[in-house]
Design a protein around this ligand. Sequence first.
Ligand code: PHE
Ligand code: ZN
Length: 887
Amino acid sequence: MKESQPSAIYLKDYKVPPFLIDKTELTFDLDEATTIVTSRLHMRRNPAFGKSTAPLILDGGEDVKLIGVAMDDYPLPAEEYRISEDKLIITATADEFILTCETLIEPQNNTRLEGLYRSSSMFCTQCEAEGFRHITYYLDRPDVMSVFTTTIIADESRYPVMLSNGNEVERGKTDEGKTLVVWHDPFPKPAYLFALVAGDLAVKNDVFTTQSQRDITLQIFTESHNIDKVDYAMEALKRSMRWDEEAYGREYDLDVFMIVAVDDFNMGAMENKGLNIFNSSCLLASPETTTDDTYLRVEAIVAHEYFHNWSGNRVTCRDWFQLSLKEGFTVFRDQTFSADMHSATVKRVEDVSFLKTAQFAEDAGPMAHPVRPSSFIEISNFYTLTVYEKGAEIVRMIHTLLGAEKFRAGSDLYFDRHDGQAVTCDDFLAAMQDASGVDLSQFKRWYSQAGTPVVIVTDAFDEESGTYRLTMKQDTAATPAQPTKLPLHIPVRVGLLDEQGAALSATVNGIAADDHVLHLTDSEQVFEFTGLTSRPVPSLLRGFSAPVKLRYDYSAADLLLLMSADSDGFNRWSAAQQLAVNELTSLIDQAIKGDDLSIDSQLIHGYKTLLNDASLDPAMVALILALPSQAYLSELANPIYPAAIKQARQYLKTQLAGALSTDFERVYHEHKIQGAYQATAQDIAHRSLKNMALSYWLESGSELAQQTVITQFESADNMTDQFAALSIYVNSISVNSIAVNTQHSKAAELLAAFYEQWQSEPLVVNKWLMLSASQENDNALATVKTLMEHPAFDLKNPNKVRSVLGGFGQSVSGFHKADGSGYQFLADQIILLNKRNPQIASRLCTPLTRWKKLQPELSAKMKAELERILAEDLSKDVYEVVSKSLA
Ligand code: PHE
Ligand code: ZN
């Protein structure tokens, strides 16, 4: 452990910057050994800060070497500046001046992948949140916005493509014969949106004509062997540009929009002004190498980054506590976009499942924080599901409270009022409120209060008056640093059904309708529905109108009715999921007690009906058949018995497979698609149900099913079907329990064949790594250790680390090994990566943060590993997560 530990910074301490930087001129002399960065910063004291003689303090990093500093072109003598803890401090300055800094950096040794680094043979940058300070000394905070001019100097034979933000304004040669390119970005921006790329890249060009008839040049750059995989991203980009004009009235502003794919990247992608940089796994797509879910992900991320041009770049964040201002809003925008492009219900189900599984777990754990956090040690740790996904739910609730039209007016006002500014979540709310007249003062608490509210609903029907009463109570459990909670403004969308499942109109507050938004604002409230003749079945929280845990004691019959008849597609899924959760919860209890497992035949009947209803969207049927995941059931459980959950899921799947095997066989055949691969909602839906049916059919023990899986693996003409066949086989309980998982099993043989076929496609190899690492068998830990020695593995590449260790985390038999060796292995990797790549190391800690909820024997072992990590000399990133987990 270190002598002194890193300290937290607080939102309440925010002060405007003492200095501003009106213009930033950067020159990069790029070279494989050392890169020299020269900055000329046109600075002045900030009038808003008030009269001051405070010294100028610039942010830097331990990897930045200062060569020289000059004030108004006079070199500063050593006594007039000093470097202290990564800061460059200049004692005295005029009110207005030009500061010149020359720094030396070594991008080739940058393993953190923050600042300027190398990926394959190119140079690239990642500056959000505080990466720019690893390039040169700067006021590295988002409320300092500056107009950037960037000169790139490099050897043209190795770096023919040299890119930065904005427009290329000049190209020439230096005296030494190197090439020089100048870029100018007319829009003032914070340093976190700066980007630079240099390399030998191929490009795909296209054009988009905006609503005001301006032609925008679109360019996607990749290494040359990947350029045949960008067509889908290009089309997705054009769809995004059109959609943002239509849905939000937002037009693109520069003359060129560029995207670059890089293989080494900590996150998914980055919205740098005019020059988005993508993890290649979130951009490249081809039918042979990419699965359906990745196609959808590519489209969503291209859209997300593009949408940031307004929600993030034109209007940015005042400070990093406001991160959700841009991320929550932009996730909401990309979710709506995807819903418009495909099936809105399927998209909503996927987003909500993810939220309820992963964000709810975060909100119930030691890292729980409000959507607008009030303190942090390392901001990189706050790119969380809470800030992104719960943040998007908050914006969605505003949309529900205001209605589509007023929401659009609020968004227009927000962009109009704050264009070119760095603002806060309060500013966003104020615009929404001012444009709509809707009072959001209580609603605001959603931003500052952590934890998932529980809403408990009970009901009563008064026969005589035809009145139905819903009583709702809300409660939010304590979270770290927030012991007491206030009631939130929760919009609860409700409809009522009669016994046959028909929608009932009822009157609430004088308004008759078959769908009402109730405003739960007190800790307990009663809502009255009048004009009814018999007791209704309530359809509660339609569309998941608020990110809460809803409790209502539904009978199995109610759930079956909702599942088949509710007009709200989301709640049909939700009812089906609740039925399965109820069944699995009792199976898990039986498994914990060591009893023989058994299920209710009613459930089998429900699934049979589902499989025989041709009117249903095949994608929805597949989502229901997927059964609640191991992770979701873990979120619901307390304490968590991982092996019991696994056993319960496997048992239920096997039972359904056995009872309905002929239905699954039929459904498999019915949903085969003729013709070439297309990533359309319809085709994706058919493939998902077909492959889901195949996985059940195989579980029934049928020889023919086994043959069918192998044939599909061998003859598929697209990665979705091939990889589905492979994973179905590798994950199959029945097949592997017979074959026992030895090196010589058929599963191992298929995995080997797959690697053989795809070894030259890194993104496919990543899928192979993930599947191999997630296997359920007694060798799981040994397997993952072997994988880390495999030539395809590379500790420097975040995608590979995520594949192997992320995959391993899903293997109950590997990760949760009874002797704790799985936890020990993960802790070893975290310690190994701690200094090399703190962001990745910190993210790997997530599964360990759940230790308090685990069954006692495992909990103690997991805790011991956290303690072992804490004893190391830690990066801020890992220190924050581990110390908070143990607190
Ligand atoms: N701002 C990026 C996005 O959400 C995410 C990101 C954060 C990327 C930090 C890199 C580093 O679109
Ligand atoms: Zn984003």
